[in-house]
Design a binder for this molecule. Structure first.
Ligand SMILES: CC(C)(COP(=O)(O)OP(=O)(O)OC[C@H]1O[C@@H](n2cnc3c(N)ncnc32)[C@H](O)[C@@H]1OP(=O)(O)O)[C@@H](O)C(=O)NCCC(=O)NCCS
Length: 156
């Protein structure tokens, strides 16, 4: 089966916060950001697998700062780990100022599963980790996966 590098599936998207994205407190609605995160993670997984995928779980969804109307929001998604049929994608979200400085507002880890033509989980291409940062993410993902497996077993 094909192997792919982390860089092969990297995705960056950009949004302008508009009135329809705001909650009643005048800030970016968390549900809208969650949709954008899910879309980015799905695109990364599709680029890596070239298959249909589905989101299995999202964790470490930490809202660090708010975004407001007219803010430019940048999302960067990269593959951190692949198992047999599942993958973990890290999505970092920033607010970008006019001079290009990016302030983090959210980090999420999304687990997705590749689906075969029968709709069942199917094997995914291996991931080639090249840089020290990519190798560290892989190690971190093994620990996060262990915690997720434990939570599932305990019914959380
Ligand atoms: C995700 C889903 C396909 C897993 O199906 P399943 O029958 O539990 O599959 P398996 O037990 O064989 O697990 C398949 C892989 O998914 C992983 N997995 C399953 N549930 C998971 C979860 N909740 N969180 C993280 N990983 C999960 C398993 O660890 C396994 O990984 P591996 O192959 O890399 O070892 C199934 O639960 C599903 O379809 N859920 C609904 C997904 C959906 O509709 N998402 C859109 C939200 S609206």
């Amino acid at each position: 089966m094909t192997e792919r590098k982390v860089a092969d599936s990297l995705v960056e998207t950009i949004h302008m916060v508009r009135p329809q994205h705001l909650n009643s407190a005048g800030r970016l609605f968390g549900g809208t950001l969650m949709q954008w995160i899910d879309e980015v993670a799905g695109l990364v997984a599709k680029r890596h697998t070239h298959m249909n995928i589905t989101t299995a779980s999202v964790d470490n969804l930490n809202f660090l700062r708010s975004a407001f109307q007219k803010d430019v929001v940048v999302l960067i998604g990269k593959m951190t780990y692949v198992g047999r049929t599942s993958m973990e994608v890290r999505v970092d979200t920033y607010v970008e100022s006019m001079d290009g400085v990016r302030k983090p507002i959210n980090r999420a880890y999304v687990t997705l599963v590749a689906l075969g033509e029968d709709g069942n989980p199917t094997e995914v291409p291996k991931l080639i980790t090249e840089t020290p940062g990519e190798k560290m993410e892989w190690e971190g993902a093994l620990k996060r996966r262990e915690m997720r497996d434990l939570r599932r077993k305990e019914g959380f």
